[in-house]
Design a protein around this ligand. Structure first.
Ligand code: ZN
Length: 266
């Protein structure tokens, strides 16, 4: 994951603003990794790239590990970040924690699923959203256009900033409306041992990409760290993140998603 976070948040990637060439490069990188892990486009799409309704915008990227039934567990993270500043010595918003960390988790989860080859009832859908920083644009478009039938989505786990603060603590929001996800995460955490701080910031449910799904009544949670001094600053650089925290958060998300997607129907 550290290697992917390092590249996604490098100056070469210029901040991955959703209208930039670099965001499109990031989208291709994500899709290529998922394809190599045996993931396939969503039903009714030929490609993992799903437009977000804005000309020249970098697309959402979505793919699935297919289950037996037409129901879905979504693990999502935004991969876009911010436009460079007009002036200053360091102009690039690297977005290592926000949200190269969550993006790298989606790639690591795909690789782990490829290794585990689970037989699932529901499909696990990985969704890397674009234009989150412009106001949850990619996620809202995905939900409004029903890129997946909304009534078939069983659970949504959104990862946004998972690599700063206390090295063993992650914040979980949304559990009152998603007890099944909360339980699955706690089960997965038995092996991992993170401190999961629950529902300390209920307002975060409005400010992450899970919002349009949550507001449509789909069980949805948000995993994140506390705001920190480098949040939306040019200093959100890879040398300040805690890769082990991102890895542990990816691990509990992986096992929770597999539990939620359920075993093969006999
Ligand atoms: Zn973010």
């Amino acid at each position: 994951m550290l290697e992917d976070i390092t590249w996604l948040s490098s100056d070469e990637m210029n901040g991955r603003h959703f209208l930039s060439l670099e965001a499109k490069k990031a989208a291709k990188f994500i899709a290529d990794e998922w394809k190599a892990s045996g993931f396939v486009p969503l039903p009714s799409f030929d490609s993992m790239y799903i437009p977000i309704g804005i000309p020249n915008a970098a697309p959402n990227v979505a793919a699935m590990w297919e289950g037996k039934e037409k129901s879905y567990v979504i693990v999502m993270a935004h991969y876009d970040h911010l436009k460079p500043k007009r002036e200053g010595e360091d102009r690039i918003f690297n977005g290592a924690d926000d949200n190269a960390s969550g993006t790298a988790a989606l790639i690591a989860i795909a690789k782990a699923i490829h290794t585990l080859k689970p037989h699932l009832t529901s499909s696990i859908v990985l969704l890397a959203t674009s234009a989150e920083e412009a106001g949850l644009v990619g996620a809202t478009h995905f939900a409004n256009e029903e890129c997946l039938p909304m009534h078939r989505i069983k659970a949504v786990i959104n990862l946004d900033m998972i690599s700063r603060g206390d090295p063993n603590t992650i914040f979980l929001e949304g559990s009152p409306d998603a007890p099944s996800i909360s339980v699955a995460l706690q089960n997965a955490n038995k092996e991992v041992g993170l401190t999961i701080v629950r529902d300390k910031h209920p307002d975060w449910m409005y400010r992450g990409d899970q919002r349009p799904f949550w507001q449509a009544g789909i069980p949805s949670v948000f995993l994140s760290v506390e705001d920190h001094e480098d949040y939306h600053m040019v200093t959100d650089e890879v040398d300040r993140i805690i890769p082990e925290l991102a890895a542990k958060t990816a691990e509990i998300t992986l096992h929770a998603a597999i539990e939620l997607a359920g075993p093969r129907v006999p």
